[in-house]
Design a binder for this molecule. Structure first.
Ligand SMILES: CC(C)(CO)[C@@H](O)C(=O)[O-]
Length: 522
């Protein structure tokens, strides 16, 4: 391990943190880089790899390995080291920023430069309110914006999916530009990296780019998370365009009225609904195969960044006296789904299934099959909308499942060790071909294709934001899982009796049900 003075510390070793750490150690005359690690397992893995991180250039490209990292393990959230931290890159989730920085509070002061590479806005305000209360001893903040496609292959290997990404960095406005010169070391190191392709932005441009990124996250992240689709699914489905439009109208209104924007030089068209829409569409197109970070958070039962994305718009809108009902409803939708451990929704061309695996009985699957097209009125006692939204609400009562639960449950389920090849081979080839053009063919977890889910949920009118808000009010008092219509059953419970297309969809739904339910365990 190297030991030079003033290392650059990296907190958060997800794809972005690993990519940046790797890029810094790839520089000629590289700076010392110290990885701040919370998990003992990761620390051991780094140690066994001789403190090496890998970056694969392209999905099947060469693996570039960089060594010489230092690492500090936080035991029981306590840092045993007391060295001051001069340069810090924060790449944890926005929602974890304060908790992740707390153990290092005493090592951070006026001399420290912190660069936040995160989605969302509002983290600086939260850090100042909760950790660095005294303005005279506060660190200097920078924002970093990454536009590279990066994901993790393993804890110590990231993949850079394309060569054309770029990044932007700059100082957050502190009103004291002269003082910023002494904080340039970290910024200059980032700018030197040919892999990061980083440009420096002044505060006006940095804020503009941050806001534009926030607008895209406000649309793409919650919609892909709620509908459980890849980013490209937003483009395919015209039913979603009115929701996107309403969200962007509110966002544009808030941006246009922000006092910090009003005093900056800018083109008046920057935050118009038309230009925000163009940016969202461009991002959807460029990241069509991505599974958004919020969708991944929900699938893995992790807290989402919704409070720093749509939540920031709501907060700033409130300060400005602007109502952001669409943002609020969207936030509610995500909040309803976020704590949904052990519940799942899936749809085929015409049917929708709610699924639940109870916490204390992981070998039983509860299911409820809805046929929204067969429902005549919203007054029916268990309409698809009511059942789905009850499922989301009831999920609040469900204990969170951690990895330990999954491991134990999985070890008790010999069923899940078998292959699905036989089940899949039962689906007629014509049916598979018929579905293929719309499917996420790379979606190996078997979850429904973007087209199927989004068109089905939109046809259902749920869970669109206003539908959720309505049902939340209607059903808030319910405290009984039977409200969801779920019944215990076996793995092939669905056998509708009439209509060949329904029957075909149902059998396909059954296969998907099989595969999707497996997600609860892995
Ligand atoms: C741009 C983006 C939406 C792509 O998936 C990304 O910021 C994300 O997933 O949060």
């Amino acid at each position: 391990m190297t030991s030079k003075l003033s290392p650059i510390y990296v907190l958060g070793l997800g794809s972005i943190g690993s990519f940046i750490a790797h890029s810094l150690r790839s520089l000629p005359d590289p700076p010392c880089v110290t990885l701040l690690v919370h998990k003992e397992g990761l620390y051991q893995e780094l140690s066994s790899s001789n403190w090496t991180l890998g970056l694969r250039i392209g999905e099947d490209g060469i693996l570039e390995e960089r060594s010489g990292f230092d690492a500090e393990l936080l035991e029981k959230k306590i840092s045993s080291c007391t060295d001051p931290i001069r340069y810090l890159i924060v790449a944890v989730k926005a929602s974890a920023t304060v908790t992740a920085l707390e153990p290092f509070k005493a090592r951070i002061g006026r001399e420290t430069t912190i660069c936040l590479f995160q989605n969302g806005l509002g983290q600086v305000e939260e850090l100042n309110e909760q950790l660095f209360i005294d303005p005279s001893t506060r660190p200097t903040y920078m924002f970093g914006i990454v536009r590279h496609g990066v994901y993790l292959n393993s804890a110590i290997e990231a993949v850079l999916s394309g060569p054309n990404g770029c990044a932007a960095v700059g100082f957050v406005d502190s009103g004291d530009n002269a003082a910023l010169c002494q904080h340039r070391f970290l910024l200059d190191a980032l700018l030197r990296s040919p892999r990061l392709r980083c440009t420096e932005l002044n505060w006006a441009d940095l804020l503009r780019v941050q806001l534009l990124k926030l607008a895209t996250n406000c649309v793409i992240n919650p919609l892909t998370a709620v509908l459980d689709i890849r980013n490209g699914g937003l483009f395919d489905n015209p039913h979603l365009w009115p929701i996107q439009h309403c969200l962007l109208k509110e966002i544009s209104n808030v941006f246009e009225n922000l006092p910090e924007i009003k005093c900056l030089p800018r083109d008046p068209a920057h935050f118009s609904v038309a230009s925000l829409t163009a940016i969202v569409q461009d991002t959807v197109e460029k990241t069509a195969h991505n599974s958004s970070s919020m969708r991944e958070d929900i699938r893995k039962g992790r807290p989402t960044e919704i409070g720093f994305i749509n939540g920031w718009i709501i907060k700033r809108g409130k300060e400005l006296g602007l109502d952001c009902a669409e943002e609020r409803d969207t936030k509610t939708c995500v909040a309803l789904l976020a704590p949904a451990p052990g519940v799942s929704l899936l749809s085929s061309a015409s049917l929708l299934s709610s699924l639940r695996v109870p916490y204390n009985d992981p070998s039983t699957l509860y299911y409820f099959l809805c046929d929204p097209n067969g429902e005549q009125s919203l007054e029916e006692p268990k309409t698809s909308i009511a059942s789905v939204l009850c499922l989301c609400l009831m999920a609040f009562h469900s204990p969170v499942r951690d990895q330990e639960w999954r491991n134990t449950a999985q070890s008790r389920l010999p069923l899940w060790t078998t292959s699905f090849d036989h089940a899949l081979s039962q689906i007629p080839k014509e049916v598979l071909q018929q579905i293929a053009p719309h499917s996420d063919s790379t979606n190996s977890d078997g979850s429904p294709s973007a087209h199927e889910v989004s068109s089905q949920l939109c046809a259902l009118g749920c869970p669109t934001p206003d539908a959720v808000a309505r049902i939340v009010r209607l059903r808030l008092e319910s405290s009984d899982w039977t409200q969801t219509g779920l019944q215990p059953g076996h793995i092939f419970p669905f056998r509708p009796t009439s209509g060949s297309s329904t029957r075909e969809s149902a059998s396909f739904t059954t296969q998907r049900c099989f595969l999707k339910t497996a997600n609860v365990y892995c």
